[in-house]
Design a protein. Structure first.
Ligand code: C5P
Length: 220
């Protein structure tokens, strides 16, 4: 079979990662979490004392970190200059800064190039999840999905993941991050015209996975 390229976009807390990983595993495809790449470069900026408020400073060092993503859906990995950063990229410190770093065009150009090369190298195809995959990174993807859910559902899922974090403050942080991601100039979070929108508010994870698997199988 021809390699199949699946783009899954949407705001935070819609189940993109859980869905994408499971779909890739079931169908024998590679898996790429592009948010992890933006988090990794943000971690590098924070660790190296780069001023996150200064886009020029960020742009000047956008090419410095070597970011490697392992694309096995059973064991996705992410390293920066050889250091495993899977844990550190999920901290509040990184989460609160990632939208500012990922808005810088030089950062996006760099990360987009990595993403296209990983997608081109995936032998059986790949599920790539993010914010601008269907619109910018892989506009010729075989299938584009745009996942949505109510702000309440997204905040409840995210605070569950963060083990008891306060739902109200998680909701505010999510809304702020999505607003920043949707309003930036370069490749904002957006649904591609030819994407299939799936509202996951009333669906279980298993139902979302089944829905996407069926859509991929129809394309093969
Ligand atoms: O998916 P996740 O919440 O880990 O993404 C973290 C951040 O990375 C997003 O809030 C966004 O700022 C950025 N991002 C992006 N483009 C993508 C994926 C993530 O700008 N394709």
């Amino acid at each position: 079979a021809q390699p199949v390229i699946v783009a899954i976009d949407g705001p935070s807390g819609t189940g993109k990662s859980s869905t994408s990983k499971a779909v890739a595993a079931q169908l024998g495809l590679s898996y790429l979490d592009t948010g992890a790449q933006y988090r990794a470069i943000t971690w590098w900026m924070v660790t190296n004392g780069i001023d996150i408020e200064d886009p020029t400073a960020i742009a000047a060092v956008a090419g410095k970190a070597e970011i490697l993503s392992g694309t096995d859906p059973a064991h996705p990995t992410i390293t920066v200059d050889g250091v495993d950063v899977a844990g550190p990229i999920r901290t509040q410190e990184v989460t609160s800064r990632v939208s500012a770093v990922s808005a810088v065009p030089e950062v996006r150009a760099r990360i987009t190039e990595l993403q296209r090369s990983l997608a081109a190298d995936a032998e059986h195809g790949i599920v790539v999840e993010g914010r601008d995959i269907g619109t910018t990174v892989l506009p010729d993807a075989d299938l584009k999905i745009f996942l949505t859910a109510s702000a309440e559902a997204r905040a409840a899922r995210r605070s569950g993941e963060l083990k008891g974090a306060d739902v109200a403050s998680t909701r505010e942080a999510l809304i702020q991050r999505d607003a920043a991601d949707s309003s930036r100039k370069t490749s904002p979070l957006a649904k591609a015209d030819d994407a299939v929108e799936v509202d996951t508010t009333e669906l279980t994870l298993a139902q979302v996975i089944e829905c996407v698997v069926t859509l991929v199988e129809e394309k093969r």
